[in-house]
Design a binder for this molecule. Structure first.
Ligand code: HXC
Length: 260
């Protein structure tokens, strides 16, 4: 493969699904610059591929990712990280149309927790743990953690986690709304691929609209968000897939979406 820090696959068991596995086992998948660029490139290639309708990002049993690469960051100075705009490339993942599903087992710390949170759906193994321990290193979250964690679990928990570095286990993460579901570790990947294949079987433009509508709730008032949703809803009627989806229901058959 052209990549060194990730594995990229199109699992046969999951049609129209792209799988990205973080793969720096000796560093618990620490997110160095190369890994960031490879993940963004692979995800962008899947996003542009009309044969892919959902993307799963996963790590290893031990770690989804134990954070940004501390050894790589340690010597860097302010002018360099500022001019390079360190971690900016991760933002490009959040802009993709194709839904991203994080399948998290083991440690999801710092940048690892932030990467999981910038995915659209977060599925956790019962072994998962989440945290923003940057404070212990003399820095703060830098890939959206202080913002996305606060929106996901509320100020009290987010503030405590960012100020003390306390980690949350899967159960607390689910209870707090950080993850959508907990899955036994041995079944995590299969279940994530199943969720992804379900999404990928639906109309790609309609899926993109649903994702855009939910994301809009982060950036607008309720009235503005509802107006935005209503307009997108109306525009679904401009697609062949709306005719197919509703037609199939009326005719009591399975829809075959053409993604247009
Ligand atoms: C670089 C890392 C790493 C990291 C682990 N490793 N995390 N290398 N960056 N974030 C390396 C270790 O140095 C070690 O390499 C190997 O992976 C195995 O890790 P161990 O510590 O030996 O494993 P274990 O004892 O099981 O402990 C697991 C752990 C611990 C609790 C997850 O590794 C840990 O605390 N890691 C750092 C977690 C963290 O602070 N993350 C936030 C990073 S800052 P060697 O060569 O010794 O075998 C961040 C900021 C984002 O993400 C944006 C703001 C700047």
């Amino acid at each position: 493969s052209e990549y060194e820090t990730i594995l990229v696959d199109r699992p046969e068991s999951a049609p129209r699904v792209g799988l990205i596995t973080l793969h720096r086992p000796k560093a618990l998948n620490a997110l160095n610059r190369q890994l960031m660029l490879e993940v963004v490139e692979a995800a962008t290639a899947f996003d542009r591929d009309p044969e892919i309708g959902a993307i799963v990002i996963t790590g290893s049993e031990r770690a989804f990712a134990a954070g940004a690469d501390i050894k790589e960051m340690q010597p860097q100075g302010f002018p360099q990280v500022y001019v390079d705009d360190l971690f900016r490339d991760w933002d490009r993942l959040a802009d993709l149309r194709t839904p991203l599903i994080a399948a998290v087992a083991g440690h999801a710390l710092g940048g690892g927790c932030e990467l999981a949170m910038l995915c659209d759906i977060l599925l956790a193994a019962d072994t998962a743990s989440f945290g923003q321990p940057e404070i212990r290193l003399g820095v703060i979250p830098g890939i959206g953690g202080s913002q996305r964690l606060t929106r996901a679990v509320g100020k009290a928990k987010a503030m405590e986690m960012c100020l003390t570095g306390r980690t949350m286990k899967a159960e607390e993460a689910e209870r707090s709304g950080l993850v959508s579901r907990i899955i036994p570790a041995a079944e995590l990947l299969d279940e994530a691929l199943k969720v992804a294949a379900t999404i990928a079987g639906f109309s790609a433009p309609i899926v993109a609209m649903a994702k855009e509508a939910v994301n809009r709730s982060y950036e607008s008032t309720l009235a503005e968000g509802i107006r935005f949703e209503r307009r997108l809803f109306h525009s679904t009627f401009a697609t062949a897939d709306q005719k197919e989806g509703m037609g199939a229901f009326v005719e009591k058959r399975t829809p075959a979406f053409g993604h247009h």
